[in-house]
Structures are given as structure tokens and as C-alpha cells.
Write a protein that binds this ligand. Structure first.
Ligand code: ATP
Ligand code: ZN
Ligand code: MG
Length: 303
């Protein structure tokens, strides 16, 4: 048994994660959720004075917006669509027949709905803000949290298929949004230090699909567009990204028609906290029994 399996098994044994029979799809115990709630309060403390506008979207988004985002160009392997039965009574009979016989795939006649599973908390935001009209020259700041879906089944407990991302998104001038990103990189390091986690920040890239994707990934790295805050969870040699800091230049602004008051295209940046990963880093570092965590860590989280 490798390290990853054993940490996952220990989490199951401790009841912190609940096995559903699907890799990367877990229930969470009250204790696990308490840690996430406490950490989110800490995020509120660090970012509270910024005056971000809070919005909460459900874990599904408008399929038209998803299509426009270009997600299927970059990450087709990760996407999840919502399909439903849309037939008549006769179709229903053959559906049940098909499920009973179990030879054919009963889902093959399901039809795509208007909803796609949200791949990152910020995706539903851009079209929402674009609809409002021009953005103040002082910039705009948003606070989001959503369950996100990515089809990346794994036995690494830190790689789940449905997980929560807390995000801040900034829109404005290049200077405005790159300052925002730097502020959160500094805060991220400070926050993790307060809860006793070992961190490193490194340049990163998104897993763009295919051969053309390799070039996009290299370009993203060369231009320092993505940074990650890494913490050991299942491996010390390959620590896990628990936060990411993304500068989109004016690419999202151009795609979604986000304009500043002076008519220029808005630059955007987003900062994401992987909430399950942060909880897992805490359990990995301080042990599975919260009562045994160092006093200063408990104090930082629960006051
Ligand atoms: P990785 O390189 O580990 O796949 P990522 O670059 O895909 O991470 P982002 O797309 O930047 O991650 O997502 C923002 C944050 O969401 C990440 O920093 C991470 O903490 C969290 N996250 C991403 N994918 C997962 C996942 N499959 N399970 C749990 N958390 C995740
Ligand atoms: Zn984002
Ligand atoms: Mg990924």
C-alpha cells in the first residue's frame, strides 16, 4: 500500500472523510467541516477590510457561459456536464428495460441540460459582472465560494472530484490586479504560518489538454501568470497546491467584455483557496485528533 492510500484510509478510519465508493467523492464529518468553517473565518479576518462584494453561486453554471469560457478547448478532460431524461412514456419504458437488462448504457439517451458543473468558483462571475456595465476605475473586488467539479478521480485525498474553492477575484488596471495578487500571496504565507503549516510558493501552470496545451502551459509559466502555495499533504517531495494566484492579463476582460469606465479592457486576477486541501494539510501536519493540535494553532482557528 502506498502513502496516499494509507492517508486516505486513515482519514476514513478516523471518520473525517466518508467513503462513497467513488474515488474523489467523499462525505465529510462535522469535525472536518468545523476546520473548514474556522479557516474560512480566518480568511474573512485577513480579507475583511478589503470590502469585497460577496456572491454565492450553486455548483452548476449556465451552459452557454461555460461554452463561451473556452473551457472545452483547454480542459475537456476535467469538465462535467449535467444530463437528464427528457423522453416520453415510451422512452421511459425502454429506459427501465435497458437498466434492468444492464447490457446497454442506460445513460446514452440522456440529454444535455442548460447546466454544467462549475469547474472553478470564479467562472459564473465574469458574465454576471459584464452584464452590469462598466467597472469603476477604482476596480472591483468579489468574494466567492463554491463546490467545483473536476473529473480527475484519484486515491489521493487531496485530489477530489467535488471540492470547495474560496476565491477572491479582482478586476481593474494591470497595477491594481497584480497588487491584489501580491497582497494575497503575502497573506497566504502569513495565514499558513499562523496555523503551523510549512509553505513554499512556486510558479505553476494549468493542465492544458494535448500538444497545443503544452505551449499554453509553457507560456503561462514563462510569464509568471500562475503561482501556487504548496504544502506537504501526501508527499514532502511533491507538496500539494493549497492556494493558487492567477493573473489573466486582459484575456478574461476581452473574452467577457469587461470594460473599465475609461473604455479600456479590464485586467483580472483571482486567488483561490482549496478548502479541503487546507483542512487535509492541517490534519496531515497536526494529526487526526483536533484536540491534540498545538494550542497556538487551535487559537488561530478558534480564538
Ligand atoms: P493541481 O495543480 O493540484 O491540479 P490546480 O492548478 O488545478 O491544482 P486551480 O485550478 O488553481 O488548481 O484551483 C484552485 C485551488 O483549488 C487549488 O489551489 C487547490 O487548492 C484547489 N483544487 C484544485 N483541484 C482540486 C482537486 N481536484 N481537489 C481538491 N482541491 C483542488
Ligand atoms: Zn478563478
Ligand atoms: Mg488541477
Amino acid at each position: 500500500m502506498d502513502m496516499q492510500t494509507s492517508f486516505l484510509d486513515r482519514l476514513f478510519d478516523a471518520g473525517l472523510l466518508i467513503d462513497t465508493g467513488v474515488d474523489g467523492l467523499y462525505g465529510r464529518s462535522g469535525q472536518f467541516e468545523d476546520v473548514i468553517v474556522a479557516f474560512e473565518r480566518m480568511i474573512d479576518r485577513f480579507g475583511g477590510a478589503d470590502g469585497a462584494e460577496a456572491m454565492r453561486f450553486p455548483p452548476g453554471m449556465n451552459r452557454t457561459f461555460f461554452e463561451r469560457s473556452g473551457y472545452m478547448k483547454s480542459f475537456p478532460q476535467l469538465a462535467g456536464t449535467v444530463h437528464s431524461f427528457c423522453g416520453n412514456e415510451l422512452d421511459h419504458m425502454s429506459l427501465l428495460q435497458c437498466m434492468e437488462v444492464g447490457e446497454d448504457d442506460w445513460t446514452k439517451d440522456q440529454k444535455a441540460t442548460d447546466i454544467v458543473l462549475t469547474p472553478a468558483a470564479c467562472y459564473p462571475l465574469y458574465p454576471t459582472v459584464a452584464k452590469r456595465g462598466r467597472i469603476s476605475l477604482r476596480g472591483a473586488l468579489f468574494d466567492l465560494q463554491s463546490y467545483c467539479f473536476r473529473h480527475e478521480p484519484s486515491q489521493d485525498p487531496a485530489r477530489q472530484q467535488l471540492f470547495r474553492m474560496r476565491e477572491f477575484v479582482c478586476m481593474g488596471t494591470e497595477k491594481h490586479v497584480t497588487d491584489f495578487r501580491q497582497t494575497w500571496m503575502d497573506r497566504g504565507v502569513q495565514m499558513m504560518k499562523e496555523v503551523g503549516l510549512d509553505v513554499a510558493i512556486d510558479v505553476a501552470n494549468d493542465p492544458f489538454f494535448g500538444r497545443a496545451g503544452r505551449m499554453l502551459a509553457n507560456n503561462q509559466r514563462d510569464q509568471n501568470l500562475k503561482f501556487e502555495l504548496l504544502i506537504p499533504i501526501t508527499s514532502v517531495a511533491k507538496p500539494t497546491a493549497c492556494m493558487s494566484f492567477n493573473y489573466h492579463q486582459d484575456a478574461f476582460g476581452a473574452k467577457w467584455e469587461l470594460y473599465l469606465e475609461d473604455g479600456s479592457v479590464a485586467h483580472t486576477a483571482c486567488v483561490g483557496f482549496g478548502l479541503e486541501r487546507i483542512a487535509l494539510a492541517l490534519f496531515h501536519t497536526h494529526g487526526l485528533d483536533v484536540a491534540e493540535w498545538p494550542a497556538n494553532v487551535r487559537k488561530a482557528l478558534w480564538g
